[in-house]
Design a protein around this ligand. Structure first.
Ligand code: AR6
Length: 231
Protein backbone atom coordinates (compact mmCIF):
# COMPACT_ATOMS: atom_id res chain seq x y z
CA UNK A 1 0.00 0.00 0.00
CA UNK A 2 1.05 3.58 -0.28
CA UNK A 3 0.79 6.33 2.28
CA UNK A 4 -1.10 9.52 1.83
CA UNK A 5 -1.13 12.48 4.17
CA UNK A 6 -4.26 14.07 5.58
CA UNK A 7 -4.65 16.44 2.66
CA UNK A 8 -4.80 13.58 0.24
CA UNK A 9 -7.36 11.65 2.22
CA UNK A 10 -9.77 14.49 2.92
CA UNK A 11 -12.73 15.43 0.77
CA UNK A 12 -11.71 17.71 -2.06
CA UNK A 13 -11.66 21.38 -1.20
CA UNK A 14 -10.73 21.12 2.47
CA UNK A 15 -7.26 22.54 1.95
CA UNK A 16 -7.95 24.47 -1.21
CA UNK A 17 -6.02 27.59 -0.21
CA UNK A 18 -2.71 25.94 0.47
CA UNK A 19 -0.43 28.28 -1.46
CA UNK A 20 -2.68 30.95 -2.81
CA UNK A 21 -4.11 32.97 0.05
CA UNK A 22 -1.76 33.91 2.86
CA UNK A 23 -4.54 35.51 4.91
CA UNK A 24 -6.26 32.18 5.33
CA UNK A 25 -3.14 30.20 6.27
CA UNK A 26 -3.41 28.44 9.62
CA UNK A 27 -1.61 30.47 12.30
CA UNK A 28 0.93 27.79 13.26
CA UNK A 29 1.81 25.49 10.41
CA UNK A 30 4.61 23.84 12.41
CA UNK A 31 2.31 22.88 15.29
CA UNK A 32 1.23 19.69 13.55
CA UNK A 33 4.60 18.25 14.62
CA UNK A 34 3.86 18.57 18.31
CA UNK A 35 0.11 18.68 18.72
CA UNK A 36 -1.31 15.75 20.72
CA UNK A 37 -2.76 13.31 18.23
CA UNK A 38 -4.84 10.17 18.73
CA UNK A 39 -4.81 7.69 15.86
CA UNK A 40 -7.65 5.18 16.19
CA UNK A 41 -9.04 2.31 14.13
CA UNK A 42 -12.74 1.86 13.54
CA UNK A 43 -13.76 -0.14 16.60
CA UNK A 44 -15.77 -3.36 15.99
CA UNK A 45 -16.23 -3.04 12.22
CA UNK A 46 -13.97 -5.86 10.99
CA UNK A 47 -13.64 -9.01 13.11
CA UNK A 48 -16.60 -7.92 15.28
CA UNK A 49 -18.77 -7.35 12.15
CA UNK A 50 -20.52 -4.16 13.28
CA UNK A 51 -22.56 -2.34 10.61
CA UNK A 52 -20.42 0.27 8.83
CA UNK A 53 -23.16 2.86 8.27
CA UNK A 54 -24.12 2.85 11.92
CA UNK A 55 -20.49 2.86 13.06
CA UNK A 56 -19.63 5.81 10.81
CA UNK A 57 -22.52 7.85 12.25
CA UNK A 58 -21.27 7.17 15.75
CA UNK A 59 -17.63 8.00 14.94
CA UNK A 60 -18.59 11.37 13.44
CA UNK A 61 -21.03 12.13 16.28
CA UNK A 62 -18.44 11.37 18.96
CA UNK A 63 -15.61 13.21 17.22
CA UNK A 64 -17.85 16.27 16.89
CA UNK A 65 -18.73 16.02 20.58
CA UNK A 66 -15.13 15.72 21.81
CA UNK A 67 -13.21 18.10 19.53
CA UNK A 68 -14.28 21.20 21.50
CA UNK A 69 -13.04 19.58 24.73
CA UNK A 70 -9.66 18.66 23.26
CA UNK A 71 -8.07 22.07 22.75
CA UNK A 72 -5.78 21.82 19.73
CA UNK A 73 -5.46 18.03 19.91
CA UNK A 74 -6.30 15.94 16.84
CA UNK A 75 -8.35 12.79 16.21
CA UNK A 76 -7.32 10.65 13.24
CA UNK A 77 -9.33 7.67 12.02
CA UNK A 78 -7.01 5.12 10.44
CA UNK A 79 -7.46 2.13 8.16
CA UNK A 80 -5.15 0.01 6.04
CA UNK A 81 -6.34 0.69 2.52
CA UNK A 82 -7.48 3.47 0.24
CA UNK A 83 -10.53 1.36 -0.53
CA UNK A 84 -11.63 1.43 3.11
CA UNK A 85 -15.40 1.75 3.24
CA UNK A 86 -15.42 3.09 6.80
CA UNK A 87 -12.96 5.86 5.91
CA UNK A 88 -15.09 6.86 2.90
CA UNK A 89 -18.28 6.95 4.96
CA UNK A 90 -16.69 8.99 7.74
CA UNK A 91 -15.09 11.41 5.26
CA UNK A 92 -18.43 11.96 3.50
CA UNK A 93 -20.35 12.45 6.74
CA UNK A 94 -17.70 14.75 8.23
CA UNK A 95 -17.78 16.99 5.18
CA UNK A 96 -21.50 17.59 5.79
CA UNK A 97 -20.74 19.02 9.21
CA UNK A 98 -18.96 22.03 10.60
CA UNK A 99 -15.91 20.06 11.74
CA UNK A 100 -12.33 21.40 11.53
CA UNK A 101 -10.67 19.10 8.99
CA UNK A 102 -7.22 19.83 10.42
CA UNK A 103 -8.29 18.39 13.78
CA UNK A 104 -10.36 15.41 12.65
CA UNK A 105 -9.39 13.55 9.51
CA UNK A 106 -8.85 10.10 8.06
CA UNK A 107 -5.47 8.57 7.25
CA UNK A 108 -4.44 5.46 5.36
CA UNK A 109 -1.69 3.26 6.79
CA UNK A 110 -0.67 0.73 9.39
CA UNK A 111 -1.43 2.30 12.77
CA UNK A 112 1.94 1.08 14.07
CA UNK A 113 3.91 2.91 11.32
CA UNK A 114 2.13 6.19 10.67
CA UNK A 115 5.12 8.35 11.61
CA UNK A 116 7.94 6.29 10.08
CA UNK A 117 6.10 5.41 6.88
CA UNK A 118 3.34 8.00 6.63
CA UNK A 119 5.01 11.10 8.08
CA UNK A 120 2.16 11.70 10.52
CA UNK A 121 2.97 13.04 13.96
CA UNK A 122 1.01 11.10 16.59
CA UNK A 123 1.51 10.20 20.22
CA UNK A 124 -1.45 8.03 21.25
CA UNK A 125 -3.06 5.06 19.51
CA UNK A 126 -6.26 3.16 20.20
CA UNK A 127 -6.43 -0.61 19.97
CA UNK A 128 -9.57 -2.57 19.09
CA UNK A 129 -8.87 -5.04 21.85
CA UNK A 130 -10.31 -8.34 23.04
CA UNK A 131 -11.82 -8.77 26.51
CA UNK A 132 -8.75 -10.59 27.87
CA UNK A 133 -6.42 -7.82 26.69
CA UNK A 134 -4.24 -10.47 25.10
CA UNK A 135 -1.93 -10.33 22.06
CA UNK A 136 -2.84 -12.03 18.79
CA UNK A 137 -6.30 -12.71 17.40
CA UNK A 138 -5.67 -10.91 14.12
CA UNK A 139 -6.67 -7.39 13.12
CA UNK A 140 -5.25 -4.27 14.66
CA UNK A 141 -4.80 -5.96 18.06
CA UNK A 142 -2.28 -8.44 16.67
CA UNK A 143 -0.44 -5.70 14.76
CA UNK A 144 -0.13 -3.41 17.80
CA UNK A 145 1.06 -6.14 20.19
CA UNK A 146 3.54 -7.37 17.59
CA UNK A 147 4.99 -3.92 16.96
CA UNK A 148 5.11 -3.03 20.66
CA UNK A 149 6.85 -6.21 21.77
CA UNK A 150 6.44 -7.72 25.27
CA UNK A 151 6.50 -4.26 26.88
CA UNK A 152 2.86 -3.70 25.97
CA UNK A 153 1.54 -6.83 27.64
CA UNK A 154 3.51 -6.07 30.80
CA UNK A 155 2.39 -2.44 30.87
CA UNK A 156 -1.22 -3.49 30.21
CA UNK A 157 -1.21 -6.01 33.10
CA UNK A 158 -0.34 -3.25 35.56
CA UNK A 159 -3.57 -1.48 34.60
CA UNK A 160 -6.11 -4.21 33.89
CA UNK A 161 -6.61 -7.92 33.23
CA UNK A 162 -9.92 -7.77 31.39
CA UNK A 163 -12.22 -5.24 29.74
CA UNK A 164 -16.00 -5.00 29.46
CA UNK A 165 -17.67 -4.00 26.15
CA UNK A 166 -17.86 -0.21 25.88
CA UNK A 167 -14.89 0.32 28.20
CA UNK A 168 -11.28 1.31 27.65
CA UNK A 169 -8.00 1.40 29.54
CA UNK A 170 -5.10 3.81 29.04
CA UNK A 171 -1.66 2.16 29.06
CA UNK A 172 1.52 4.28 29.16
CA UNK A 173 4.35 2.79 27.09
CA UNK A 174 7.85 2.67 28.56
CA UNK A 175 10.45 4.63 26.57
CA UNK A 176 12.17 1.32 25.77
CA UNK A 177 9.14 0.12 23.80
CA UNK A 178 9.80 -0.03 20.02
CA UNK A 179 6.54 1.80 19.31
CA UNK A 180 7.66 4.62 21.61
CA UNK A 181 11.16 4.79 20.16
CA UNK A 182 10.33 4.44 16.47
CA UNK A 183 6.98 6.20 16.24
CA UNK A 184 6.78 8.49 19.27
CA UNK A 185 3.76 6.68 20.71
CA UNK A 186 3.56 7.27 24.47
CA UNK A 187 0.20 5.62 25.21
CA UNK A 188 -1.96 2.80 23.91
CA UNK A 189 -5.66 2.97 24.78
CA UNK A 190 -7.27 -0.46 24.59
CA UNK A 191 -10.97 -0.31 23.69
CA UNK A 192 -13.45 -3.18 23.69
CA UNK A 193 -16.27 -2.59 21.24
CA UNK A 194 -19.60 -4.40 20.81
CA UNK A 195 -19.39 -7.77 19.08
CA UNK A 196 -21.72 -8.84 16.25
CA UNK A 197 -19.70 -11.94 15.35
CA UNK A 198 -21.39 -15.15 16.58
CA UNK A 199 -17.97 -16.79 16.97
CA UNK A 200 -16.69 -14.25 19.50
CA UNK A 201 -17.58 -13.64 23.19
CA UNK A 202 -20.50 -11.36 24.18
CA UNK A 203 -22.24 -11.81 20.83
CA UNK A 204 -25.12 -9.32 20.53
CA UNK A 205 -27.17 -11.33 18.02
CA UNK A 206 -27.92 -8.34 15.79
CA UNK A 207 -29.21 -6.23 18.69
CA UNK A 208 -28.20 -2.82 17.35
CA UNK A 209 -30.03 -0.97 20.10
CA UNK A 210 -27.57 -2.45 22.55
CA UNK A 211 -24.76 -2.43 19.99
CA UNK A 212 -25.01 1.27 19.15
CA UNK A 213 -25.23 2.16 22.82
CA UNK A 214 -22.11 0.14 23.55
CA UNK A 215 -20.20 1.57 20.56
CA UNK A 216 -21.06 5.12 21.72
CA UNK A 217 -19.81 4.22 25.20
CA UNK A 218 -16.64 2.79 23.67
CA UNK A 219 -15.81 6.02 21.80
CA UNK A 220 -16.76 8.14 24.82
CA UNK A 221 -14.41 6.09 26.97
CA UNK A 222 -11.65 6.23 24.32
CA UNK A 223 -11.86 10.00 23.81
CA UNK A 224 -12.08 10.61 27.59
CA UNK A 225 -8.96 8.47 27.96
CA UNK A 226 -7.19 10.55 25.31
CA UNK A 227 -8.37 13.73 27.09
CA UNK A 228 -6.80 12.44 30.32
CA UNK A 229 -3.47 11.97 28.49
CA UNK A 230 -3.64 15.43 26.89
CA UNK A 231 -4.48 17.30 30.10
N1 AR6 B 1 -3.56 -0.48 11.08
C1 AR6 B 1 -4.68 0.26 10.92
N2 AR6 B 1 -5.91 -0.27 10.89
C2 AR6 B 1 -6.02 -1.60 10.97
C3 AR6 B 1 -4.89 -2.45 11.13
C4 AR6 B 1 -3.61 -1.83 11.18
N3 AR6 B 1 -2.47 -2.53 11.34
N4 AR6 B 1 -5.33 -3.75 11.19
C5 AR6 B 1 -6.67 -3.70 11.08
N5 AR6 B 1 -7.10 -2.43 10.94
P1 AR6 B 1 -10.37 -5.37 13.90
P2 AR6 B 1 -12.71 -5.36 15.71
C6 AR6 B 1 -8.50 -1.93 10.86
O1 AR6 B 1 -10.84 -6.62 13.28
O2 AR6 B 1 -13.65 -5.46 14.57
C7 AR6 B 1 -9.11 -8.84 17.19
O3 AR6 B 1 -8.77 -10.14 16.93
C8 AR6 B 1 -9.52 -2.81 10.22
O4 AR6 B 1 -9.50 -2.68 8.80
O5 AR6 B 1 -8.93 -5.27 14.28
O6 AR6 B 1 -13.00 -4.39 16.81
C9 AR6 B 1 -9.23 -8.54 18.68
O7 AR6 B 1 -8.44 -9.42 19.44
C10 AR6 B 1 -10.80 -2.24 10.82
O8 AR6 B 1 -11.20 -1.06 10.12
O9 AR6 B 1 -11.19 -5.03 15.27
C11 AR6 B 1 -10.71 -8.71 18.96
O10 AR6 B 1 -11.01 -10.03 19.35
C12 AR6 B 1 -10.39 -1.86 12.24
O11 AR6 B 1 -8.96 -1.82 12.20
C13 AR6 B 1 -11.38 -8.41 17.63
O12 AR6 B 1 -10.39 -8.60 16.62
C14 AR6 B 1 -10.82 -2.82 13.35
O13 AR6 B 1 -10.74 -4.15 12.91
C15 AR6 B 1 -11.88 -7.00 17.55
O14 AR6 B 1 -12.57 -6.81 16.34
Amino acid sequence: YSMLGPMDTLPAGCFGQKNSDTKSQPAKLGSADTVPTLAFPSISTADFQFDLEKASDIIVEKAEEFLPKLGTARLVLVDLSHGSKILSLVKAKTSQKNIDSARFFTFVGDITKLHSEGGLHYNVIANAANWRLKPGGGGVNAAIYKAAGPDLEAATRVRANTLLPGKSVVVPLPSTCPLHKAEGITHVIHVLGPNMNPNRPDYLNNDYTKGCKTLREAYTSLFEGFLSVVQ
